[in-house]
Design a protein around this ligand. Structure first.
Ligand SMILES: [Zn+2]
Length: 390
């Protein structure tokens, strides 16, 4: 763009100086239309700390046999000379592809801040905030209660252009309630498919019934992921939300080794989704990817890496953590990553004001070319850092 203007400018100056503005500026501005995307892939990775995402392995935790029964093997795979190199080994897609082609937010060591704006720092309030753009203080537990609030996915599902083109795959069995499937009509898969549509989905369904479950309410992410990938390939939704969950449960179990391997696996899963997107003409160069988490975790004292809770939540849903009088400090800290058309390649960005999870819904709508105020004027404003300026 610059070069063509430069040559035209030389030509203009020779031919007629008075035409410079008309010949050079008009076409250039004409090319600078805001770019919007047609499709969105939203990913959440439950409770994966910014510390691992940007610093890689925590040396104190891998040295502790209680948290890392796997011992040396974990370090062999993911330790490195610098924290940044360790983070690159842990989440190569995020650091090699998303960081190069898009934006990252939330590396507090680099002065980049992102946080939830709800006052609880656990999952349902976090997902409600991400998906509705508003922190609702009344969402104060993880109980399976139908969400009174309308999510951006439900709103899109009721727009003609997006009707039956929105789908959700999650590992946690509370997602049908968070997305209020009874009211929204959204397809939200969190369990073995009742009606597998392909031989591949049939295998996944049989396997999910046959493989032991580690947790009563969260399935293994491999099922969530491969169902989602299959649906993406066969149904071509315009908006796909994939909610991975293992990271949080392994952390609560105190298994740092498994938490780390789950983070690495999820990075690989996201790469698979993106590789398909960029191979498929329906999606290629028309699709934005947005990745975030529902809450952070503690850092000090060491064992608080397993937990997350605000001080306020200790009196209610999180009273099992009451010994931490200030709550789990730092668990409000989150991170975000995005790339695709309409998202400038900036790498790590440091917003002047801390980015809020309540801004994600408006950002996704903004990328789709929709003014978020038509969805909900009370939602947080779009993240300007993520959007390419017109
Ligand atoms: Zn969570």
């Amino acid at each position: 763009m610059f070069l063509s203007c430069f040559f035209r400018l030389r030509l203009c100056l020779v031919v007629c100086p008075f035409l410079v503005v008309g010949l050079c500026l008009t076409p250039v501005y004409g090319q600078q239309k805001p770019i919007t995307v047609e499709n969105i892939i939203l990913i959440t990775i439950d409770g994966l700390r910014w510390q691992e995402v940007f610093r890689g392995l925590d040396a104190r935790l891998i040295a502790d046999a209680q948290y890392n029964p796997l011992g040396e093997k974990l370090a062999q795979n993911f330790a490195a000379d610098t924290q940044h190199s360790s983070a690159e080994k842990l989440m190569p897609f995020l650091h090699e592809v998303v960081k190069e082609q898009g934006v990252l937010l939330g590396n507090r060591d680099a002065g980049s801040c992102a946080q939830v704006t709800n006052s609880w720092y656990f999952s349902y309030p976090g997902y409600n905030e991400i998906l509705t753009g508003v922190a609702d203080p009344a969402i104060d537990s993880n109980a399976s209660i139908a969400n009174p609030n309308v999510t951006v996915l439900e709103w899109l599902q009721h727009q003609d252009e997006f009707a039956n083109r929105v789908a959700v795959f999650g590992s946690w069995d509370v997602f049908p309630f968070i997305l209020n499937t009874e009211r929204s009509g959204l397809p939200v898969n969190v369990s073995p498919m009742e009606h597998p549509e392909t031989a591949y989905e049939e295998i996944l369904t049989n396997l999910q019934s046959d493989v032991p479950a580690l947790w009563p309410t969260v399935r293994l992410d491999a099922f969530t992921h491969h169902y989602a990938l299959s649906y993406l390939q066969n149904h071509k939704p315009r908006v796909l939300y994939v909610a991975y969950g293992e990271t949080d449960d392994f952390a609560h179990d105190g298994r740092y080794d498994q938490y780390i391997m789950a983070a690495n696996r999820t990075d690989r899963f996201i790469r698979q989704l993106w590789d398909f997107v960029q191979m498929d003409p329906t999606y290629r160069d028309k699709t934005a990817l947005f990745i975030t988490v529902d809450h952070g975790r503690g850092e000090e004292p060491l064992e608080t890496w397993k937990h997350h809770a605000s001080k306020k939540s200790l009196a209610g849903y999180m009273q099992s953590l009451a010994q931490y009088e200030e709550g789990i400090v730092g668990s409000e800290a989150v991170w975000m990553a995005a790339m695709g058309p309409g998202i400038a390649a900036q790498g790590m960005v440091s917003p002047i004001a801390c980015a809020g999870s309540n801004q994600i819904a408006a950002t996704l709508l903004g990328l789709l070319g929709i003014d978020y105020r038509t969805f909900n004027p009370a939602a947080g404003a779009p993240l300007e850092q993520v959007m390419q300026l017109p």
